[in-house]
Design a binder for this molecule. Structure first.
Ligand SMILES: [Zn+2]
Length: 328
């Protein structure tokens, strides 16, 4: 009799355990699906349910930890892609580019940041930094249809040093910060119109959700359409740093890129457009051919190779305004 009760009890326990394990697995599987859909917060709730039903599962605990990490890196992304981390150019509504100096050539170097729909349309700074895919498409369509030829910064360098001639209507496209939207939204359009561009990447954030991965960088580098430039390791305002830290940020970002791409990196962009004479000296000594600033203008010359001006493309401007900005 006692044996029978014990047997029944064991069967019941195993049944309850199996039922619990299955329930727990259901919650875990739903959680995995939500992670794939990017709904990490909801996934964590389900993982916790799975664990409360069946506490001793290392697979659930592992997934829970991974989901928490993703969530944290998303938070980092929010902080890191905040407006403090991008260059904003204070430009009047439609300023004149101004007359060229005798040694200057007219080459607009466009400066873009995010290619995406602005998630904070009410914020004017965010509105300026986001150019949508549709806007970029119209701009590239215009450039292609009106005889512009995209050139690289190295080609500009050669022309400024009288080692090459420029095409009739040269234009340079630059993108700052290495956001992932460059790969997902801009790169397909560059291929569509066969337009060259330079992306300035921050070399110690690759893989964080907002930023390009090294695989994406390598793929675009191989395409021949995209050149990569250095934009420091962590995007600090360089004039605020000690000399040692400036050297680490500038030289370090060059060597990080060169280690991955196995080629010389020749151009640099100052985070926030911030530079001093000693910062420029570090950039020159690191072996860069030149650097772009956030000074507004399109007159390029060999006498300002380390502070070539750019024209920021502002997401709030119409196509007509874009066109007006790239006229001589
Ligand atoms: Zn930047």
């Amino acid at each position: 009799m006692i044996k029978r009760v014990l047997f029944f009890f064991i069967i019941l326990s195993v049944g309850i355990l199996l039922f619990g394990y299955n329930q727990s697995t259901n919650f875990k599987n739903q959680g995995d699906l939500l992670v794939k859909q990017g709904r990490v917060g909801e996934a964590i709730i389900l993982y916790n349910k799975a664990r409360s039903i069946f506490p001793l599962r290392s697979d659930v605990t592992d997934n829970l930890e991974a989901a928490n990490l993703i969530l944290q890196s998303d938070l980092t992304y929010e902080t890191i892609s905040d407006l403090d981390f991008a260059e904003v150019q204070i430009a009047p509504d439609l300023p004149a580019i101004g007359a060229l100096q005798p040694n200057e050539v007219f080459v607009p170097i466009l400066m873009y940041h995010h290619i995406d729909v602005n998630p904070k349309p009410e914020d004017p700074v965010w509105a300026s930094l986001f150019v949508t895919s549709d806007q970029l498409n119209s701009q590239l369509e215009y450039l292609t249809a009106h005889g512009y030829t995209s050139i690289t910064l190295d080609e500009l360098y050669a022309a400024l040093n009288n080692k090459a001639t420029l095409p009739k209507q040269p234009i340079v496209l630059t993108f700052d910060d290495g956001y992932r939207t460059f790969y997902t939204n801009a790169y397909p359009l560059l291929k569509k119109y066969n337009v060259k561009a330079t992306e300035f990447v921050i070399t110690q954030v690759e893989g964080a959700p907002a930023y390009l991965t090294w695989d994406q960088i390598l793929e675009m580098d191989k395409s021949g359409l995209v050149r990569f430039g250095a934009h420091t390791r962590h995007h600090p305002n360089l004039p605020d740093l000690s000399q040692t830290s400036i050297i680490n940020e500038v030289q370090g970002s060059k060597s990080d890129l060169e280690d991955h791409l196995k080629k010389e990196i020749t151009w640099f962009a100052y985070p926030y457009g911030g530079y001093t004479n000693s910062v420029v000296e570090v950039v020159r000594n690191a072996g860069f051919k030149g650097a772009v600033s956030t000074i507004y203008g399109a007159g390029q010359s060999s006498s300002k190779l380390y502070i070539e001006p750019r024209i920021m493309v502002d997401g709030r401007y119409s196509l007509a305004n874009f066109i007006a900005r790239i006229q001589k």
